[in-house]
Design a protein around this ligand. Sequence first.
Ligand SMILES: [Zn+2]
Length: 322
Amino acid sequence: MPVKHPSSSKFRILLMSIMTVLFVGIMTSLPASALELGGGYTIRTYASPDPDSVNSHFIETPGGVIVISAQRTFSEANRAIARVERIGKPVIAIVIPVPHTDHFGGLTRWKDAWPDADILAAEATITSMRTDGEGYIASRKDALRDDFPSQAEVLAALPNIVVTDGQEIDVDGLSMRFHDLPSNNAPTNTMVELPDHDVLFASEVVEDGITLFLKDADLDVWLDQLDALEADLADYRVFYPAHGSPGAPGPLIAAAKAHLEFYRDGIDAALADDGIVDERETADLVARIEAAYPDHAQVARLLRSDLIAANIGWQTERRSAE
Ligand SMILES: [Zn+2]
């Protein structure tokens, strides 16, 4: 029989469970190492604790700080803000790179601390924040209560600058080139390139080391995006992903491609004989993905297998419709 797709209520329970696990997570974080770019520009990263760690990147400029990603919760935003306050300069711009709550749930706190900061995002991200069409904001609010904004608070801190694919914006003398790419780990992902410094903030387009979220992904489109990055930016100095450690582009891109190909090839192989991915085939592929990526443990093991199974279901539906 065809694989069952998770109902929205089951998915909501899954998300709430993930958030609960997050809440009781061990309080650890990656060390914040600084990368001096010269000319008065320095990059630092704050990573919230595992499981389900999310990065905020800080670009110190001569006159301020540019923040990429605002954290998931008020408490994590407060920790990230404390790191920025040590720099001793005001936040002048905040980029929201992904229309998922782990990247804007804490935005209210940043806005409280620096009301004059510009907030930049793609149109699709702003629309998602404004309408909560997927119900993500509502479900996170249920789970996180006072540590997460209401929809009204999200509306009060919406981005004020829309960025588009290919656009270049100068912030305090720093040239930032935006790349808005659809159908990957989210409906859209906004990457920020610093072309004068050979640095890319790769958002969730280039990442390994976490369990993927393939609800909105087109694996072929996403793999094409990675091929284009490999062709264009493989000689860059460093990529900073939205989750996980920064690193050299080559290995990060290779790992991201291998992860997607594992899903794609497994699903296509299961579809090849009879056009369906049955329960046994799904269970087999979940087990193989978990065995191949034992370190992808930011969410509890049972929940991770549920998410992988959901990924297979979403992608089976998409690929069998092609
Ligand atoms: Zn994320």
